[in-house]
Design a protein around this ligand. Sequence first.
Ligand code: 13P
Length: 252
Amino acid sequence: MRIPLIAGNWKMYKTSSEAIVLAEAVVKALSMPDETQVVVCPPFTALAAVGQIVAGSKIGLGAQDLHWAKEGAYTGEVSAEMLWDIGCRYVIVGHSERRQYFGETNESVNRKSLAALASNLTPIICVGEILFEREAGHAYAVVEAQLKGALSGLTSEQVQGLIFAYEPVWAIGTGKTATPSQAEEMHAHIRKTIALLFGAEIAQGVRILYGGSVKPDNAKELLGRSEIDGALVGGASLQIDSFAAIAKAAKR
Ligand code: 13P
């Protein structure tokens, strides 16, 4: 059985001191998540401070991006090893905002995923179509291409236990969610694609999170679907009440 995972993507919100307050609240409210895993992904500037707060708790720490090189003259960038060193065990890769505003491509997602894995970080690989692509009937093909690009050259061992997030771009920050059926159908398609590439057993083991306007009032219905293994939460992860309510809704 796949353990549900609820990850909070704090995006470019929270100064370090604000992040500390929220992280302390998350540890307090969600340290008993029995069979649910909880991960917080603060901005780079707050990672070390939040890492100290979640250390020794059940709450996991994730970054929002990384560079693929081990080290080097890459001003402004952060490596997988640097993230690991301050307690990160997860890293979001290929978020649609990075694809949209910062030139992330399927190829860079691939290089970043490989770099994360080489440092024992679990990448949370994001895929998802824009509205135009969905309306044109291309959503499945777009997501499939994103997956194939991201996973190019990975071995079955590397794909085993990976985390994916399906985030339809039209549902991010818009208050518009994919219906549970739309999400579930795409999740099933993602799993099928992974099965074709790496075998059914590997595909059954990966977790596929849904992201895009997940809120306390729609979480239960989305997370109740057997193909939806958790959520990648943006806006609602910035307040403890809404984030805790979503995490609690993940209980199977
Ligand atoms: P919202 O939950 O704010 O729509 O953001 C989703 C997201 O992008 C998580 O990575």
